[in-house]
Design a protein. Structure first.
Length: 675
């Protein structure tokens, strides 16, 4: 029976779907969110890049790969369900947006991937992958539990039944975030794609049932009735749900039976990792009394964590409603976040989502669940949402790396009490009473403390509100200006890195230059320790190396701006990453390895020439980055001190330097060779 149930490894399935296409933008919806696991283990699957085994190096490589997303990656999560696993934190340029759903919990588990490929003529084409899952963005969701997922793909210009429901989902998602939240670039990129698709009117086209998206704005039974109608009536019904109400009767199940009159119903009997039945005894007995309703179990082979005979069973976290008929053959499945609870099924309860899809039936469909005849001895009710009200905080904190500005927002009806904020390094300070519903800018001292804290962790603990301390994830903006994780390269090393042509060369270089702390932790034992050695005089120590490196940087920036990837150009030119021009100019004046003023001055002139050429070729882009350009001009002004020292070396130097500046900064024109 286990072989009859479609199954795959979630990360491998996602990688299959992407199939080498470029990720333009991505939006994730999740109940529980582990940002460290998401960055370290899920992002490599999405970005499809080779990464180091060492955690620190992997972060640096992912940081570079993320620049190529013209939109952005965004995660919308329930504000009360952060997971801080093993002290890991968030470090990368992913927009992390908390959502507070007032009538229940924010429970969706979706991924929306906007992908780009080229057609036979080399023209870019885009597709949107819509995924409905039961898995949260956590280690247990992607690696350990038994979960369920379904993916649909919409090509540019397609007509689809999913359009309007997805548009409504994204619109309400934006409205549900705190007022004054920064722009939603990933969400808007996907909304823009959907505007160019068509909406199918009929639920069945050419004999095929069209996929329908449940956006959570009507009751779950109403959605099934509206979309499935007669196709669901009189079918066999199979339900997999790990969570039930703590009640005397299973009202959601009774409503489904009343509406759709299934021939037979089988419901997975949920069990905890300890083997206890994970619902109350009253519910267990009530289900057994319903006509044609029976408890069932999944095949043992599907549940094992490993091949060993004594391997533990995996927790079944899947949520699936399977309607099938045997004559004529048909099967419709609802895949998503909906448990068999009142809060999940009713309008105005939890925010739930999912996909209702038709499944091909090569053979007559049968129940996946075998009957569970053994009477349970132990019952222990469990609730996925029971801790949701105690683990979070109404406080939000936002920091702008490009402006060194910190803000806070109090998302509760009443004025806040005095709050104390702490991080791993200790106490950051106290916040006085905050009014509800508006962002408040903190003073420069607070901003500086937060800046130093964020270099190590983006998690803060809030004390002073409620019975328990609250956990929050700082929202970070202007991430191009956040210093790279653990990396500080010398000027010569940055120039050498610019000139490297392949990802393999760059990975080997970073592993060789990484500090020991970056090579620690998970996967560190798989990284070879070696250091690159250079002859005393190398290509990269002298002028030809400088010219070549700056030419490589200019070529990359031109390519990015020509393709409309301004975000990537921002990182390379104005950012504060290990390989940014802004970082190199910060290092030049303090780099003790560059003792020769001639070397220093040539590097400054190369940088000025690069800026001049980019300004000339892309004037609109240059004007739109006024603050960044002003900061870079201040950095380039440091060249005046070097020029003054050079001019003072002998009486002929001032005239020579004037001549040298004039001809160096003028870009040579190509000469046509006569025949």
């Amino acid at each position: 029976m286990a072989d009859a149930i479609p199954h795959a490894v979630l990360s491998e399935r996602v990688q299959e779907i992407i199939n080498g296409r470029r990720l333009v933008a991505a939006v994730f919806l999740t109940f529980e969110f582990d940002p460290g696991f998401f960055e370290q283990q899920i992002l490599p699957v999405l970005l499809d890049v080779p990464v180091s085994h060492a955690r620190g190096i992997r972060l640096v490589q992912l940081e570079e790969a993320l620049r190529k997303c013209s939109g952005r990656l965004a995660v919308y999560y329930d504000a009360n369900r952060l997971v801080w696993a093993e002290g890991d934190s968030a470090h990368l340029d992913v927009q992390r947006v908390p959502v507070r759903h007032r009538t229940g919990v924010f429970h969706p588990k979706n991924l929306l991937l906007l992908l780009e490929d080229c057609d036979k003529e080399g023209q870019p084409t885009r597709s949107l992958v819509v995924g409905a899952l039961s898995a949260n963005l956590t280690r247990s969701g992607w690696w350990e539990n038994v979960e369920v997922a379904h993916f649909e793909e919409i090509s540019s210009g397609d007509a689809t039944r999913l359009k309007e429901d997805l548009q409504e989902l994204l619109s309400r998602l934006k409205q549900s975030t705190a007022e004054g939240t920064e722009t939603h670039p990933a969400l808007e990129e996907i909304r823009g794609f959907l505007r160019d698709t068509g909406q199918r009117v009929k639920r069945v086209s050419r004999g095929n049932f069209q996929p329908h998206f449940y956006a959570g704005f009507e009751s779950f039974p109403d959605f099934l009735e509206r979309c499935g109608g007669g196709l669901l009536h009189g079918a066999h019904l199979e339900i997999i749900s790990p969570y039930f109400d703590e009640a005397e009767v299973c009202a959601p199940l009774e409503e489904l039976i009343r509406r759709f009159e299934p021939k037979e119903v089988r419901i997975l009997l949920p069990r905890s990792p300890a083997g206890e039945v994970a619902c109350g005894e009253a519910i267990y007995r009530a289900v057994r009394k319903l006509p044609n309703a029976k408890w069932g179990r999944l095949p043992a082979a599907l549940l094992k964590l490993g091949a060993a005979e004594r391997a533990n069973d995996r927790f079944v976290h899947a949520k699936l409603y399977r309607f099938f008929k045997q004559k004529p053959k048909s099967e419709l499945c609802f895949v998503g976040s909906v448990n068999l609870t009142r809060a999940a099924h009713q309008k105005g309860g939890n925010w739930e989502t999912g996909l209702l899809v038709e499944v091909e039936c090569p053979s007559t469909p049968e129940f996946w669940l075998s009957l569970e005849d053994t009477k349970p001895l132990r019952f222990q009710h469990q609730d996925e949402t029971e801790a949701a009200a105690s683990g979070g905080t109404p406080l939000m904190v936002r920091y702008y790396w490009d402006r060194n500005v910190a803000e806070v927002f109090w998302d509760a009806k009443d004025v806040s009490p005095v709050l104390t904020l702490t991080a791993r390094q200790g106490e950051l300070g106290q916040l006085g009473s905050l009014k509800s519903g508006r962002w408040v800018t903190l003073d420069a001292v607070w901003a500086e403390r937060l800046k130093e804290t964020l270099k190590e962790t983006s998690f803060l603990t809030v004390h002073g509100y409620g019975d328990r301390d609250g956990l929050l994830l700082v929202q970070e903006e202007g991430m191009s200006h956040k210093p790279s994780f653990l990396f500080q390269l010398t000027v010569t090393e940055i120039l050498r890195y610019w000139a490297m042509l392949t990802p393999a060369q760059r990975m080997a270089f970073l592993e060789a230059k990484a500090p020991e702390v970056a090579l620690g932790g998970e996967g560190s034992e798989l990284v070879a320790r070696f250091k690159t050695t250079l002859a005393e005089e190398t290509f990269f120590d002298r002028f030809a190396g400088y010219f070549h490196s700056f030419n490589c940087l200019e070529r990359d920036v031109r390519e990015q701006l020509g393709a409309g990837r301004e975000k990537e150009a921002d990182y390379r030119l104005f950012g504060r990453k290990y390989d940014s021009l802004g970082t190199l100019l910060d290092r030049v004046k303090n780099d003790t390895t560059l003792t020769d003023d001639v070397n220093l001055y040539v590097i400054y002139l190369c940088a000025r020439q690069l800026c001049t050429e980019i300004r000339r070729s892309f004037p609109d882009y240059w004007r739109s980055r006024r603050d960044d350009v002003k900061a870079m001009e201040l950095q380039l002004a440091d060249s005046l001190a070097v020029r003054t020292r050079l001019a003072a070396k002998n009486p002929e130097m001032p005239a020579f330097v004037d001549w040298f500046d004039q001809w160096f900064l003028r870009r040579a024109s190509p000469v046509e060779v006569g025949t």
